[in-house]
Write a protein of this length. Structure first.
Length: 149
């Protein structure tokens, strides 16, 4: 029990004004994945086919280019336990997997939705974007860990 409490304190440790904690980065990942899953589900059901060219979403991992999180994906300042965050991330991943596994693969490629940086992405690229986005923030978590006492 002490180990879990120590980990929870560490991931919530604040490093200064306007800098996210590890817990906030993880909450952000949950918020993004949840919103992408909802958007994909909605677009699959109600969207029209609008094929688009593939975009260089692999550039998402480039942390030299700072990107401001949209309001809906900004984390709270509340304390999260490691268990709470693991559960949230598990739920969002399960939802995304459920939606994509039940989708017609042709619809994932034919239907699209605009991304704030890359412009219109087909839904398949949105799913791939989740992985690149996580890689970006895993690098951020490693940077945060290196700065913690």
């Amino acid at each position: 029990m002490r180990q879990a409490a120590r980990v929870s304190r560490t991931i919530n440790r604040n490093r200064g004004h306007r800098r996210w904690t590890i817990a906030q980065v993880l909450e952000h990942l949950y918020l993004i994945e949840t919103s992408i899953a909802a958007m994909i589900a909605h677009t699959l059901k109600h969207g029209e086919s609008q094929p688009v060219e593939e975009k260089p979403i692999h550039l998402t991992v480039d942390r030299s280019k700072k990107v401001e999180a949209p309001d809906f994906a900004r984390p709270d300042n509340r304390f999260f336990t490691r268990h709470e965050l693991e559960e949230k991330l598990h739920q969002s991943r399960q939802r995304l997997r459920q939606i994509t596994e039940q989708a017609n693969p042709a619809d994932l490629e034919a239907k699209s939705f605009p991304h704030p940086i890359f412009g219109p992405l087909n839904l398949k690229q949105w799913v791939e974007f989740v992985g690149y986005h996580e890689q970006r923030h895993l690098a951020q978590i490693e940077e945060i860990k290196a700065q913690l006492p």
